[in-house]
Ligand binder design. Structure first.
Ligand SMILES: [Zn+2]
Length: 313
């Protein structure tokens, strides 16, 4: 399969449904054999006109499309639009707004908003820990509007109204020369930092932090070096410049492209930026797009779940 290299080539390539179908098969099944999502059977008939497969197994839903079992399931929007949308969100450095996507694809802004959130779900990578191969810079940043000014019913649960003027807090853990992990956290006490650190950073890792004393009380053992920002910004290798660079990328995309991010959606925007950061090196646009598509399986995000999302962790 000739793979597209630019946005223009991707739009042309995926305007042919057969290319969408072949691409989806290559992403979903390593051996290239389509399997029934209900019974795993491979004895199937492809009904070209309806763009569905027919299974002969003894279960009720006998016909299924390639969207079943992915974040695209139940979407009326065709793969000819979904795949260019995935290309755009994977490769636009500062993200893409639902208004821009709506115009580019000819869908409503509401549909585009839902599409982008489903794609962010695909980009979310909860696996693995950082710190196995290098020191980890740990830092927090305050993001967004003032939660304390929001009406009580709209406030996300668990967000501390103390410190940072009630803004949401994001914690970043960057392995030098490797991946970053970032999470929205509800506060900076040791009870709030401990679980995030132990879930995301290998025990025994060498960590570099600012002077926030809470890090001194971490339960998981880490070798810690501290940078005192009041006195110095760079002390040899003891600095958090890498993670601070990530914060400026995140804030640029939040401030420029996503003008009004609800605090309870912040995690999704953070995941999107983490995805682009972790796929920035040695990856061309097609590789980044494919990495996004690798995350579409086994995930669902309905509009109802999206709009009723509970508070941040
Ligand atoms: Zn079946």
């Amino acid at each position: 399969m000739e793979t597209p290299k630019t946005l223009l080539e991707a739009i042309t390539f995926f305007s042919d449904y057969e290319n969408c179908r072949q691409f989806m098969i290559s992403v979903r099944w390593a051996d290239g054999v389509v399997r029934c999502p209900y019974c795993d059977a491979t004895k199937l008939t492809y009904l070209e006109k309806a763009r569905v497969y027919r299974c002969y197994g003894a279960h009720s839903k006998q016909k299924f499309s390639l969207k079943v079992g992915t974040i695209f399931e139940d979407s009326a929007i065709g793969l000819e639009k979904w795949l260019p949308a995935a290309w755009l969100i994977s490769n636009c450095k500062n993200g893409i707004s639902s208004y821009e996507l709506a115009r580019a694809l000819g869908v409503t802004q509401k549909s585009a908003w839902h599409m982008l959130h489903r794609l962010r779900e695909a980009m979310t990578d909860e696996t693995g820990k950082v710190g196995g191969n290098g020191p980890v810079e740990c830092d927090e940043t305050f993001v967004g509007g003032k939660v304390k000014n929001m009406h009580k019913s709209k406030r996300p649960k668990g967000v501390s109204l103390h410190g940072g003027g009630g803004k949401a807090i994001v914690m970043g853990m960057l392995e030098r020369g490797g991946r970053i992990k970032a999470k929205v956290i509800s506060g900076r006490t040791k009870q709030q930092l401990n679980p995030v650190m132990s879930e995301n950073v290998e025990a025994g890792s060498h960590i570099i932090t600012d002077e926030l004393t809470t890090y001194g009380f971490l339960e998981t053992p880490y070798n810690r070096e501290v940078i005192n920002h009041a006195l110095e910004y760079v002390n040899g290798h003891i600095h958090t410049n890498g993670v601070e660079n990530f914060w400026s990328c995140l804030k640029r995309s939040l401030g420029g492209t996503y003008i009004a991010v609800e605090p309870f959606h912040l995690d999704a925007y953070v995941s999107e930026q983490v995805f682009r950061y972790n796929n920035r090196k040695d990856a061309d646009d097609f590789t980044r797009f494919s990495a996004c598509l690798m995350g579409i399986q086994g995930k669902r995000l309905t509009y109802k779940a999206l709009t009723q999302r509970p508070g941040v962790v």
